[in-house]
Design a protein around this ligand. Structure first.
Ligand SMILES: *Cc1c(COP(=O)(O)O)cnc(C)c1O
Length: 431
């Protein structure tokens, strides 16, 4: 591996210079700028299966999969065909279509807690709307969230928000007023005692508790059984809504999301990423009695000009049917375990302090000797070591998340040979 020629990133460099003149930081979403890993982004020309190709002609084995959606690999023929055929019939009508009901039926059949669903355009819109609904339904103001969990860039949730926010050390963004964040209470993940204490103290004020049932946005962090049980019992006891943010875990850790694995039924669930098959889609849903508070059935306002548009629904339907009819989850488990074991061996062999966390096909190699259970532990990771690892892997043709605090994703398009190539690269790269 060490004899391979140095890659050229000349064209990416030129394009980044151009983009920086046109867009803030040269990007349309901050994590893409590679700022946290001390290098410049590569510009992607195309992707197929588990492979990315950049505009300098370099090829990479991809472990971000567009940050989650591409669980079956890039440019899956069935998804591409569905989008092409929908595009020929018109890209948006702003009027009801049969495809919206088809996607809704697939979601409702898949996710145990969802009886009715509303389609939106992003994960952020889904969480923003779910929070509004929780407040509208309960008539209460406050929301509990957990440090290191990211729920999109909703003002009231942009407090101790993991990944991009944490990496850029701006957990509270300028522009989010004290008034807005005052109704958000932040607790440490997996801290059942603090949850019980806070809910009993503020009980009648708390509209809902929003949580990533498996965290992807401070790196992969798993919930304890006790924490999951406390989430369910404490919200039930005090009449607060439990909101599972499954934008990342939905259709990823299992077809029915983390709630189907854990046997826990939240009141509301938010979805995104995989549910759109790579197009901009989000969704939120839950018990019919709660969802019927949304306009026009109820009074809680929420709308979207392009919501449920034909391209997005076509991609989502194609994706969910593939996942339902030929579930990739066993294969993903086998491949992902092989990768996690290999990365653990590579770090151990190099004598680097590390811990690896994994749930199905999402995982993180933490440059941290301790198992990461919450943000206070995650925050002690050696970010510089992660940056060196990231850059060395990129040069070896492995495209990892450009932050210690983002999970990597395996897709069903990865082969065992891809996994073994990746492990070999890691043995070479981790110093
Ligand atoms: C990605 C993500 C979001 C935000 O989704 P966008 O489509 O980027 O707005 C919200 N919650 C979780 C858990 C996510 O991983």
């Amino acid at each position: 591996m060490s004899h391979q020629p140095i890659m050229s990133h000349q064209r990416s460099h030129q394009e980044f210079e151009r983009a920086k003149r046109l867009m803030p930081g040269g990007v349309n979403s901050p994590a893409r700028a590679f700022g946290a890993v001390g290098c410049e982004p590569v510009f992607i020309a195309s992707a197929e299966g588990a492979r990315l190709r950049d505009i300098d002609g370099n090829r990479y084995i991809d472990y971000i999969g567009s940050w989650g959606p591409m669980i079956l690999g890039h440019a899956h023929p069935a998804v591409t065909a569905a989008v092409e055929s929908a595009a020929r019939r018109g890209t948006s009508f702003g009027a009801p279509t049969v495809a919206e009901s088809e996607l809704a039926e697939l979601i409702i059949a898949a996710v145990p807690s969802i009886e009715k669903v509303r389609l939106v355009n992003s994960g952020t819109e889904a969480t923003m709307s779910a929070i509004r609904l929780a407040r509208g339904f309960t008539g209460r103001p406050k929301i509990i969230k957990f440090a290191g969990c990211y729920h999109g860039h909703v003002d009231s949730l942009l407090v101790a928000a993991g990944s991009s926010a944490a990496t850029h050390a701006t957990p509270d963004s300028p522009g989010v007023t004290i008034g807005t964040s005052a109704d958000t209470l932040v607790l440490e993940y997996n801290d059942s005692a603090a949850l019980a204490e806070t809910i009993s103290r503020h009980g009648a004020q708390i509209a809902g508790v929003i949580v990533e049932p498996v965290v992807g946005n401070m790196g992969c962090v798993l919930p304890t059984r006790e924490f999951l049980a406390a989430l369910r019992s404490e919200t039930a006891r005090h009449g607060a809504l439990l909101i599972f943010d499954e934008v990342m875990t939905g259709f990823r850790v299992a077809y029915g999301g983390a709630q189907s694995l854990f046997g826990i039924t939240p009141h509301l669930t938010t979805l995104g990423k995989i549910v759109g098959g790579g197009l901009p889609v989000g969704a939120y849903g839950g018990r019919a009695e709660i969802m019927d508070h949304i306009l026009p059935a109820g009074k809680v306002f929420q709308a979207g000009t392009l919501s449920g548009n034909p391209l997005a629904t076509a991609a989502g339907i194609a994706m969910l049917k593939l996942l339902r009819d030929e579930p990739p989850y066993e294969r993903l488990e086998t491949l992902s375990k092989r990768l996690a074991d290999g990365l653990t061996r590579a770090a151990a062999q190099a004598g680097v302090p590390h811990s690896v966390a994994r749930m199905g096909s999402m995982m993180t190699l933490f440059f941290n000797p301790d198992p990461v259970t919450d943000w206070s532990v995650a925050d002690r990771c050696d970010r510089a070591a992660y940056g060196r690892y990231f850059r060395a892997m990129l040069e070896r043709g492995i495209y990892l998340p450009c932050s210690q605090f983002e999970a990597l994703f395996v897709s069903s398009a990865h082969s065992e040979a891809d996994i073994d190539t990746t492990i070999a690269a890691a043995k070479d790269a981790i110093k």
